[in-house]
Design a protein around this ligand. Structure first.
Ligand SMILES: Cc1cc2nc3c(=O)[nH]c(=O)nc-3n(C[C@H](O)[C@H](O)[C@H](O)COP(=O)(O)OP(=O)(O)OC[C@H]3O[C@@H](n4cnc5c(N)ncnc54)[C@H](O)[C@@H]3O)c2cc1C
Length: 412
């Protein structure tokens, strides 16, 4: 990336002047794709190096394939721990095994891997955006300690931050308050050199535990754990997990130590309570929202990254190229992006999956008891057939994927 600048974007270049506010995964990818396409891009973020933050820490096959299309999979793989098999367990026995390439990578490493590939023409401004003014002809961005940046189009990728959206009259509507709680921590093997399996998913044992699943997977230099549950903020189990993580895990997942090998918890237990929120009044002149700025997702579904990749890919490869010749950028022009069929399907799918996982985990109605039983029974049956006839199960899975019509993360 070129050095920080404090001036107006360069009019002499081909393409369009675009300012991207927010340099998390959505904003960084947007700036990368638009810079590569020859647009004059300014990326603005508070942090020069993305700080360590608990967010997505694992990429599945669909996400890796999208990164490959972007020309980024090798750069991300170089900082990730790659693994190809996940053992899936419940109630002390094997449900099935997932065979697919995954990357374990902490969020800041992922963002930094992409920033390192940024085309030199993309200008990076490190600073806190204080105010934005949007209109059909010109967008004005006020950054603390810098000159104003102006652009023809503003991409807002500020995650869950509300202040800037509010400047534009865009509001955030929480549609699923306290949907789930996520925990992240590191495990260190004790007594042996390593763990018995490369990666493991262990589903909650009892409905009363409110645990969706525990996922153990390698990241560079560590075995990482992500645990997703549907529990209230003040819950004593949450306190116990923070204070006595190993004992609390061993009690919640009997057989875990026998399956993986003994371990200690190393470092802090990160936690995050997710409200699922959507933006309202976002159809505005001159500005588009991507990623969490548009809609947040439940971490347990593993759909947050696929959602934002869909936003970024559709915006940068289908819509912005069509808008290059426009002198004005009205809300009616930009509506084509928000109405994109693939984007809408992915946004809706992320919400449906959040409801599905929550009810599959803690639903006590007869319907959900039955669905829970069938869900795991079917997976166990397919696993049995898989061992006898992998080709047949491959075919059944292909049919299932074709019916769902989604390029979605591998099932959790
Ligand atoms: C705990 C947790 C676990 C998750 N696990 C998964 C998972 O397993 N799988 C999955 O697919 N998804 C997961 N997600 C969701 C996924 O991580 C998010 O959807 C994704 O990180 C959103 O990226 P973003 O770029 O939109 O926002 P962010 O990464 O939040 O980036 C926003 C950026 O905007 C910048 N910014 C904000 N305001 C300003 C300002 N005024 N001036 C300058 N800069 C500003 C911030 O500094 C930040 O860099 C998880 C989320 C959480 C919280």
């Amino acid at each position: 990336m070129s050095p920080e600048h404090t001036a107006q974007a360069d009019d002499s270049k081909p393409g369009m002047e675009i300012a991207v506010v927010g340099g998390g995964l959505s904003g960084t990818l947007t700036a990368y794709l638009l810079g590569r396409a020859g647009h004059s891009v300014t990326l603005i973020d508070r942090h020069r190096s993305f700080p360590r933050t608990f967010r997505s820490e694992k990429l599945g096959p669909g996400e890796i394939e999208t990164l490959r299309r972007f020309g980024l999979s090798a750069a991300v793989a170089a900082r990730a721990a790659c693994f190809d098999e996940t053992l899936n367990m419940r109630r002390g026995s094997v449900v099935d095994r997932t065979h697919a390439r995954h990357f374990g990578i902490l969020y800041h490493d992922l963002v930094e891997a992409i920033r390192a590939e940024m085309p030199a023409a993309v200008r990076f401004v490190q600073g806190q955006v204080r105010e934005i003014k949007a209109g059909a002809r010109r967008q004005r961005i006020t950054i603390v300690g810098h000159e104003e940046v102006t652009a023809r189009l503003l991409v807002l990728a500020t995650g869950t931050g509300d202040t800037l959206r509010r400047d534009l009259g865009i509001t955030r509507r929480i549609i699923r308050p306290r949907q789930s709680v996520a925990f992240g921590f590191n495990l260190r093997p004790t007594g042996t050199d390593g763990f018995r399996h490369a990666a493991l998913t262990w589903y909650g044992e009892r409905v009363s535990d409110g645990i969706d699943y525990l996922s153990l997977f390698p990241v560079a230099g560590a075995m990482r754990a992500n645990l997703f549950a549907y529990r209230d903020r003040g819950d004593s189990w949450i306190r116990a997990l923070r204070e006595r993580p190993k004992d609390t895990l061993a009690a919640a997942f009997p057989g875990l130590i026998g399956t993986m090998g003994d371990f200690e918890i190393e470092g802090p237990v990160d936690s995050w309570i997710t409200d699922i929120a959507v933006a309202d009044n976002y159809r505005q002149d001159g500005v588009v929202l991507v990623g969490d700025a548009f809609q947040t997702t439940c971490p347990a579904t593993g759909t947050g990254v696929t959602r934002l990749l869909t936003d970024v890919e559709r915006l940068c490869t289908s819509y912005i190229p069509r808008w290059t010749s426009h002198n004005v950028m009205t809300a009616a022009d930009l509506a084509a992006f928000y109405d994109d069929a693939e984007k809408r399907r992915m946004d809706a799918y992320a919400l449906e999956t959040a409801d599905f996982r929550r009810r599959l985990t803690i639903g006590t109605e007869m319907e959900w008891r039955l669905r829970r039983y069938c869900h795991f029974a079917l997976r166990r049956v397919l696993n049995g057939i898989d061992r006898l006839s992998p080709a047949l199960v491959g075919k059944l899975r292909q049919i299932k994927d074709a019916q769902s019509g989604q390029n979605v993360p591998s099932a959790v």
